[in-house]
Structures are given as C-alpha cells and as structure tokens.
Design a protein around this ligand. Structure first.
Ligand SMILES: [Zn+2]
Length: 282
C-alpha cells in the first residue's frame, strides 16, 4: 500500500503542532488542478484545530487556511439513529466542514458540483440533490447540480468544466471556481448547528439563504432601470428599501455573484466599483 500514499508533513496554522499525514498519490497526478485543498479534521494533526492545507501537484505545501467554526458538537452517530437519513451533521462527517461550505456555495450560486465517490459511499445522486434543494427557497429548487462520479479512477477524470466544484468523498477539494472566502457559508452553518432539531437546521439555512436571494432580487429590480450604479450607491438603496442596517462589501459581492450566476451577466456588470474606474483612468 505504501506506493499509493505520499507522506506530507503538516503544521497546524493555529498552534504549530506538526504531524505527518498520508495523502493518496493519485491526488497529485491531477496536474490540471494546480493546487488541491485538503481538509485536516480535528485530531488528525492537533487535538484542537481543523484547517485546510493547500498542496501543489508536486506535493509541496503552499499554504494554510484556518477554519474557525467549532465542531465539538459533531459526535459519532449512535446506533439508534436512522442510518440513511442525511442531516447537516452527517453531511459534515461525509464531506468535511469546508466541503459543506463549498457545496452550499455551489448550490446557491449555480455551479455544478462533481463528487468523486469511493466504494463505501452509500448515498445516491438523487438524495444529495434533494438535500441540496432543501436549503434553497422552494421556488428555486428542482435543478440537478450535484453529480457523483465513480472513483478511484482519478486519472481518467475528464471534467473540462472550469466553472465546476470538483471534490471527493475523502475531504479533498480539487477545484473551486470562485475566489471568495466562505464566510457567509460558515456563518449560516454555525447558526444552524446551534439548534438541536435537524429539520429546523435545514430550515434555518433556507431562511438565511432566502434573505440573500431576496436582496439579490431587489438589486436586480433596481438594475433593470438604470445604465450603471456604483457599489456604494447600490448598498445605500438596498439598505433603505429593504430596511437593512448594514450591507457589507462582502455581502454586496455575494449579491453580485448571485445575479451574475443566476439572473444575468449584463445586469451584474452594471454594478461599478469606484476603485476600478479610478484605476482605469490612471
Ligand atoms: Zn492546533
């Protein structure tokens, strides 16, 4: 078995504890992906922290990203639990917390998700798509966006879609077609995990995502009648009309991404940044 794994020395970006972890060699043969994100759960390197390690195709560590969310609530399943039911906690066990943030992001912003499954993965495409739909407001659900691929023939993978999320069921993420941080997703998952009732958890996610979609729809309505608008002006109009105290630049970027991916690229491009305009003058 030794030739199928590569030993990687990994240090916790929070406390510095260092340990070797085994990474399947096949991961590094995916030259087309550049940097692969590997999720390191609590106890894999240190007992307190979980994080993402960025590894290039040569197997060299290129960087780390902390995950602040506390996952202490994720306890192993008891026998009494219904085996095949997929809830938020089970999903986090399957895909890792960062994998879940990425899947939620892909669902909201309409990126297809390709998941390379290992032999033991027992859930169907249909179930995953159904759960994915449950976190969106009802009127937006129904389209299939999650595809399961048979592993471990990673080398034969032929996904040309640059706009797709590509990951596996071993907590490796090969491609994310966005550059934004997963702060929104982290926030809503954190809130949802504070509730005990599993159905309520998904409903809360749906509500939080619905609020973002509502803001995006309102922004779309504003954009339809104008030629262009500056980001700060749009923020002001949205806050006033929807009676929201503060819309951050980060949130506006999410609204913009939503419009671009789900409604219209042309409308999204009407939102102008003052900085961008300034740079194009000089
Ligand atoms: Zn640590």
């Amino acid at each position: 078995m030794s030739e199928t794994f590569k030993v990687l020395e990994v240090s916790c970006p929070v406390c510095g504890e260092t340990k070797n972890i085994n990474i399947p060699v096949a991961i590094f043969s995916q030259k087309k992906f550049g940097t692969v994100k590997i999720q390191v759960p609590v106890n894999a390197v240190c007992p307190e922290h979980q994080f993402i390690v960025f590894v290039d195709t040569k197997g060299v560590v290129r960087g780390y990203e902390k995950i602040d969310i506390q996952m202490a609530i994720i306890t192993p399943e008891t026998d009494k639990e219904v085996e095949r039911r997929l809830n938020l906690r089970k999903l986090i066990q399957l895909f890792g917390i960062y994998g879940i943030f990425s899947l939620i992001h892909a669902k909201i912003f309409n990126y297809p998700s390709y998941i390379i499954k290992d032999k033991n993965f027992e859930y169907s495409e249909e179930i995953l798509n159904t759960v994915g739909d449950m976190i969106l407001p009802e009127s937006f659900s129904g389209s299939k966006t999650i595809y399961l691929l048979d592993g471990p023939s990673l080398n034969k993978l032929n996904i040309k879609d640059k706009d797709a999320l590509i990951m596996d069921t071993q907590q490796h993420i090969f491609q994310t077609p966005w550059n934004v941080k997963m702060k929104f997703e982290e926030g809503i998952v954190k809130r949802a995990l504070e509730i005990i009732d599993e159905q309520e958890q998904l409903k809360l996610l749906q509500q939080d995502i619905g609020r973002l979609i509502n803001e995006a729809n309102h922004a779309t309505y504003i954009l339809q009648d104008i030629k262009k608008i500056y980001e700060d002006e749009l923020i002001e109009q949205l806050s006033k009309n929807l009676k929201i105290k503060t819309i951050s630049n980060y949130r506006l970027n999410l609204i913009k991404e939503y419009i671009r991916r789900n409604i219209s690229k042309t409308l999204a491009s009407k939102i102008k940044s003052r900085v961008g305009e300034f740079l194009s003058i000089i």
